[in-house]
Design a protein around this ligand. Structure first.
Ligand SMILES: Cc1cc2nc3c(=O)[nH]c(=O)nc-3n(C[C@H](O)[C@H](O)[C@H](O)COP(=O)(O)O)c2cc1C
Ligand code: SF4
Ligand code: SF4
Length: 255
């Protein structure tokens, strides 16, 4: 059986990990570790194959995802590491995820970095993964399939990234709530990965806890949350220009 464990605030990592898993010739069980209040995570059985996936935040994997992944202990299971980034760069995120999984007792057979719509600046890599990406995801899955039945060794030095990992820059953007649209349903508060949104008054966000992940925006049924303000409006077009050249998926498999 294949187990996937993924963190996905704005659902693109989820879409990609499900596409990878759908192309494998195995029964699949998905574990979404994104919300802060999740039931205890299940460790995979000895013969299972495991896929771990996370978005790239400031060139690293999100701290909240790394903390949850560290609690999933392996015993030599074959495993696939995936990061998803918003067309700027994945920097040290993939090597960081590979190191974490190695230290946790998994046997990495493949690692990949895919591109998706930027969750803070959605005009960057808009609507990705697109049809071209999905074709490449199918090619990746086919390479992974070939590694299942053979004892191949994975070359960690082939994975792009540096150690020590880069220090992630703080992202000083907190979603705002449109008071006219918000009906205080509490969905954003329940889904926030860090518990930053007040349960009794979802219009209040704790700036110390918010990691700018955009989950509250993605899950709000009233479309009441958004990134905005002068700083955001100034940065958005500059960032779009800087990241306009299309980047393609990259992967590394055991050989
Ligand atoms: C706080 C934060 C930091 C990000 N940093 C990067 C980055 O360093 N490089 C990049 O290309 N994209 C970056 N992104 C974009 C995400 O990696 C990308 O949109 C990803 O698809 C989000 O995955 P999700 O939809 O599963 O949440 C960042 C997004 C957020 C919210
Ligand atoms: S999910 Fe949307 S409508 Fe519901 S409380 Fe949050 S902001 Fe308000
Ligand atoms: S409040 Fe911040 S941390 Fe919580 S879901 Fe929204 S963007 Fe993410």
């Amino acid at each position: 059986m294949v187990h996937t464990y993924y963190f996905s605030a704005s659902n693109t990592t989820e879409k990609i990990v499900k596409a990878v898993a759908d192309n494998l010739r195995q029964e699949v069980l998905h574990h979404n570790i994104t919300p802060s209040r999740i039931a205890r995570t299940v460790n995979p059985a000895k013969d299972d194959i495991v896929i771990f996936a996370a978005p790239v935040y400031a060139g690293r994997i999100p701290v909240v995802a790394a903390e949850k992944f560290k609690k999933i202990i392996g015993s030599g299971q074959k495993c696939v590491a995936i990061v998803v980034y918003g067309n700027r760069d994945y920097d040290d995120a993939l090597i960081e995820l590979c190191d974490l999984l190695n230290d946790n007792g998994f046997n990495i057979i493949a690692a990949a970095a895919f591109v998706a719509q930027h969750s803070i600046f959605p005009k960057v890599a808009a609507l990705r993964p697109d049809a071209d990406d999905l074709k490449k995801i199918a090619d990746f899955s086919s390479d992974v399939n070939k590694s299942f039945d053979r004892e191949l060794s994975f070359d960690m030095s082939s994975v792009k990234g540096n150690r020590p990992y880069k220090t992630p820059a703080a992202i000083p953007l907190i979603p705002k709530t449109n008071k006219n649209k918000c009906n205080k349903c509490g969905k954003c508060s329940h889904e926030c990965p860090t518990g930053a949104i007040d349960l009794n008054n979802p219009r209040i966000t704790d700036p110390e806890k918010c990691i700018s992940c955009g989950r509250c925006i993605a899950v709000c049924p009233e479309n009441a949350r958004h990134f905005g303000g002068l700083k955001y409006k100034l940065i958005a077009p500059l960032f779009k220009k800087k990241c306009s050249a299309r980047r393609e998926p990259e992967w590394f498999v055991a050989g």
